[in-house]
Design a protein around this ligand. Structure first.
Ligand code: URA
Length: 211
């Protein structure tokens, strides 16, 4: 049985997503809402994070505080739209670190070609969270996770904003143990492999590269 697919149904998540879906939302507002969403998704993702006790001093007395150490969590952005999720997640989880992976599909062989790959050196001791706003066909996510698995991280999770049944099925056919966190599961793909209703091309909408 494949790992869980969790839909973050918090009202603030759905509010941001709805603004991002609007065709009239410009790229500055789109990036802002994606940043908001990234923090909310990071809250959801870190619900089970371990706390460790530390001795602190309040203005009134000595006390015991609780801290999170995110230094073994690495958020890996799939370029380029994944960048829109990365900063907010790094800000939200104290001590967490980032990685980047860039892949393009060779138009002739359809093979995923890596053009950028940079992760912390101690990945084998880390929990990885691969982030990309759209889980459409799932091909890029599968290639990125296959590549990352060569470094034998302790665990891998996948976070997106909009998923669809085809993308989920493809990801879990190749990597059934990878849990997915998303803000929505839309109805499917159109003939151009865009998610319907989706939000269009997340990279273009983030960076204003297409009118
Ligand atoms: N990538 C996107 O940015 N949007 C889609 O709908 C599908 C893939």
């Amino acid at each position: 049985m494949p790992a869980a697919v969790h839909v973050a149904d918090h009202p603030l998540v759905q509010h941001s997503l709805s603004l991002m879906r609007e065709q009239a939302t410009g790229s500055s507002e789109f990036r802002h809402q994606l940043g908001q969403l990234s923090r909310l998704l990071a809250y959801e993702l870190t619900r089970g994070e371990a706390l460790h006790a530390v001795a602190i001093r309040t203005p009134v007395a000595a006390a015991t505080g609780q801290r999170v150490d995110g230094s073994k969590t690495v958020f890996v952005a799939i370029l380029r739209a994944g960048l829109g999720l990365l900063e907010g997640m790094l800000e939200t989880l104290p001590g967490s670190r980032g990685g980047h992976i860039g892949l393009y599909r060779d138009p002739h062989t359809l093979e995923a070609i890596e053009y950028y790959f940079k992760l912390p050196h101690d990945v084998a001791e880390c929990e990885l969270v691969v982030v990309d706003p759209m889980l459409a066909t799932g091909h890029t996510a599968v290639s990125a996770i296959t590549r990352i698995k060569q470094l034998s991280p302790r665990s891998i999770r996948f976070v997106c904003v909009v998923a669809c049944p085809e993308g989920i099925a493809h990801l879990h056919a190749h990597h059934p143990e990878v849990p997915i966190l998303t803000a929505a599961i839309d109805s499917g793909l159109n003939e151009h492999s865009y998610i319907v209703p989706g939000l269009g091309d997340a990279g273009d909408r983030c960076y204003g590269t297409r009118e």
